[in-house]
Design a protein around this ligand. Sequence first.
Ligand code: MG
Length: 354
Amino acid sequence: MASFDNAEQDGLAGFTLSTERLMLKHTWTIARCSDDFKDNVFVRIERDGIVGWGEAAPSARYGESPAKTSAVLEQARAGFEAGDWLAYVEMRRRWESLTEGQTCAGAALDMALLDWAGCKLGVPLYRLWGLDADQTPITTYSIGIDSPEVVRRKVQEAAQYPVLKIKVGLDNDAEIIAAVREVTDCPLRVDANEGWRDKETALEKIRWLQDMGVELIEQPMPAEMLAETAWLRQRVDIPIIADEAVKRAADIPKLADAYDGINIKLMKAGGLQEARGMIHLARALGMKIMLGCMVASSVAITAAAHLSPLVDYADLDGNLLIANDPFTGVTVKKGRLILTDQPGLGVVQGSDDV
Ligand code: MG
């Protein structure tokens, strides 16, 4: 695997790719998979002495892998290097069709380009978009599926986060929520990751979760079960948020009857600019907006945090779940996302070990 250490040696200083293994602090289990690490692909671009960083977090759920993502980025390299890096619209045209099946690759290019452009212009991305860093939301901290003993310990370790997101969707949902409630009264958001396969089961589970103080439910049923989810929505009181059912703006209109809101992730959307468009479209349809993430370093999480003043719910904890974050960027204080006034993304290589 290429790494940051030898990235400089390949003679392509203008556009460098490397794959880094991010180690999870705890085995990360959700309804469909369980992992101890995540291999993400990093893009480093440099021109005029200015460096931009992007990150792709490939997801097997969407047919992505580090190898396929890297191959697409290699294909995009020549067009990217030849372009005008302040001309975002034209630049995106150069990679858009190449990255269609690997949207995380598009996200990495969009992120690197906007980081570079922000640094070139001397402004943080949130300022470029007219946003106020004082209006960032609280992020949830996610608790993966585990035994009740481990869940209790993870929740105790997460005491500094005022709102938790709890993963369910296997056969131990009730045990997990009971274990969480033994150690905290904090607001909970619950993500089933498509784990409940029939609407009656989902209804029973959500009504029970409502009684346990859960404030929203994410992707209770498989993405394609739209009619069943619409049926469910008419029978429960808490918002139902789409995650796996939505990738890009074009997916949103058909979801407006079945879901109260959408979870936007840069990796699904293909970048910050598409995510901004999704936010505005979802708002126009009266939908709530969550900004979520994959397991990723501070590059991708900080990028998403720049958009966070626009959303209702943030779930930007992917960097907090890993033990060897190669970057420093957005921080979290009492759950709130804190952005700096550094230009571009405002990320630096290396950990500050705070
Ligand atoms: Mg989710």
